[in-house]
Design a protein around this ligand. Structure first.
Ligand code: PLP
Length: 388
C-alpha cells in the first residue's frame, strides 16, 4: 500500500470516473443519502461505518481526505474532525473509562492539558505529567490502571521530544495505548505509526490545510481503533468537518510537500542567522546542531518545519516590547502552519487581565516562518535587533 507521496497528494482517493472525470472532486454538500429500496437501506445500516447514510458518519468528499491522510501517516484509516482539539478529545476519550490513569507529557497543547487535567478528572480519570525527554520517568509513572500514554513530539512551545520507539515499546509491554500529537512535524517529517505509536492526531488547521482559513483535526490509526472511535466519539459527539472545509483541506494538501520544504529551508536559514547574531542569546530549533535533543530529532524526524523560538538580549519588558514593535513583516497571531509568518513575544502573555503572567521569560519570542522570501523576513528581524 506504499503509494508515492505525489500520488497520495495529487490522486489517491479521487475516483474521477464517478464524477464526470472532473479533475478536482466536487464538494458533496449534502446532509443525507437516499436509498432505492428497503433491501439496500437495510444492508447499509448493517455497516454504518462503511456506507453513505448521513454526513455525520460518512461523506464522499470527506472520504477522499480520509484516504489521503491515512496514507500520509501510514495507518489503515483516518477520521477528520471539526478541529484539532476535537480530534485529540475523541482519541483520548476512546481510550479511557472511570478509574483509569493517563500519563501525559508536561506542557502539552493548552486544550489537551485542559482535557486531561480539567475534563477527565470529572469522570474519575487520574493523570500524571512527566518530562517526556526522560523515558525512565515515563516508565516510573506507570500504574496498574494506566491505559493511555499521551505524547507530543516535538512540543510546539518548548520543543521537547520523546523517544517514540522507546515509548511505544514501554507502552506495549504494559498494555497501554499510545497517542501522539504530530502537528509540529506534519506527516511529511515524522510518521509515529512506523515507530509503533498506536494513534496519531493532528491539528489540520496547521500544515495540512496551510492557508489559515479552516479549523480541522485528524485521527490516524489502525482499522480497529478507527472503528471504535467512529461508533463512539465520532458519531456520538458529532464534531465533524463540513464537506466544504474537507474540500479546502484536499486543496491544501496539493502543495503540502513544497510548502513543508519552503518552511523548513526558510526557518533554518533564519534560525542560523539568529544564532550568529550578538543580540540573540539562545535559539531553540530542532534542526540546529546546538539543539539539546538533535540526535534524537535526526533519528525519528525527516525535517523540522517552520516553528521555533529564540531569546533576545532584552534587559526588561519594555525592551522586549520595543523589539516586537519594530518587526513589520510578522503578524501577531496565535496558531501557525499557514502561508503567513508570525511572531508571539512572551510579553504578549504578561498583563492579561485575570490571568497570571507567563512563567516563560520575557526575552523569548516564538516565531513561525511562512512562505515569504526568507531574506526579506531576515531584513526585518535584523532591523528590529539593531535597536537592542
Ligand atoms: C493548534 C493545536 C492544537 C489544536 O488544534 P485546533 O485545530 O486549533 O483545535 C492541538 N495541538 C497542537 C500541537 C496545536 O498546535
Amino acid at each position: 500500500m506504499n503509494r508515492h507521496l505525489s500520488d497520495i497528494l495529487i490522486h489517491l482517493g479521487e475516483d474521477r470516473e464517478n464524477y464526470y472525470n472532473a479533475v478536482s472532486p466536487p464538494v458533496m454538500q449534502t446532509s443525507n443519502f437516499a436509498f432505492p429500496d428497503l433491501a439496500t437501506f437495510r444492508a447499509a445500516f448493517a455497516d454504518e461505518a462503511g456506507n453513505h447514510i448521513y454526513t455525520r458518519g460518512n461523506n464522499p468528499t470527506v472520504a477522499i481526505l480520509r484516504k489521503k491522510l491515512a496514507a500520509l501517516e501510514k495507518t489503515e484509516d483516518a477520521l477528520v474532525f471539526g478541529s484539532g482539539s476535537a480530534a485529540v478529545a475523541a482519541a483520548v476519550l476512546s481510550q479511557v473509562k472511570a478509574g483509569d490513569h493517563v500519563i501525559c507529557v508536561a506542557n502539552p497543547y493548552t486544550w489537551t492539558k485542559n482535557l486531561i487535567a480539567g475534563f477527565l478528572a470529572r469522570f474519575g480519570v487520574t493523570h500524571t505529567y512527566v518530562d517526556g525527554r526522560n523515558t525512565e520517568e515515563i516508565a516510573a509513572a506507570v500504574q496498574d490502571n494506566t491505559t493511555l500514554l499521551m505524547l507530543e513530539s516535538p512540543n510546539s512551545l518548548v520543543f521537547h521530544l520523546q523517544d517514540l520507539r522507546a515509548c511505544a515499546d514501554l507502552a506495549k509491554a504494559n498494555g497501554i495505548t499510545t497517542i501522539i500529537d504530530n502537528s509540529h512535524c506534519s506527516p511529511l517529517f515524522q510518521n509515529p505509526a512506523d515507530l509503533g505509536i498506536d494513534i496519531v492526531v493532528h491539528s489540520g488547521t496547521k500544515y495540512l490545510n496551510g492557508h489559515s482559513d479552516v479549523v480541522c483535526g485528524v485521527v490516524c490509526a489502525a482499522k480497529a481503533n478507527i472503528e471504535k472511535i467512529f461508533y463512539g466519539e465520532y458519531m456520538t459527539l458529532g464534531a465533524i468537518i463540513s464537506p466544504h472545509n474537507a474540500a479546502l483541506i484536499i486543496r491544501g494538501l496539493r502543495t503540502l510537500e513544497i510548502r513543508m520544504q519552503r518552511h523548513e529551508e526558510s526557518a533554518l536559514y533564519i534560525a542560523k542567522k539568529l544564532e550568529a547574531h550578538p543580540k540573540v542569546t539562545e535559539v531553540l530549533h530542532t534542526g540546529l546542531d546546538s539543539f539539546a535533543q538533535r540526535d534524537l530529532a535526526k533519528s525519528q524526524m525527516r525535517g523540522n518545519g517552520g516553528l521555533f523560538s529564540f531569546h533576545i538580549d532584552a534587559k526588561n519588558i519594555e525592551q522586549a516590547e520595543a523589539f516586537f514593535h519594530r518587526l513589520e513583516r510578522f503578524l501577531l497571531a496565535v496558531s501557525w502552519g499557514g502561508h503567513e509568518s508570525l511572531v508571539i513575544p512572551t510579553v504578549a502573555f504578561y498583563n492579561i487581565p485575570g490571568m497570571p503572567d507567563s512563567p516563560i521569560p520575557f526575552t523569548m519570542m516564538r516565531m513561525f516562518v511562512g512562505l515569504e522570501d526568507p531574506a526579506w523576513l531576515w531584513e526585518d528581524i535584523e532591523n528590529a535587533l539593531r535597536g537592542l
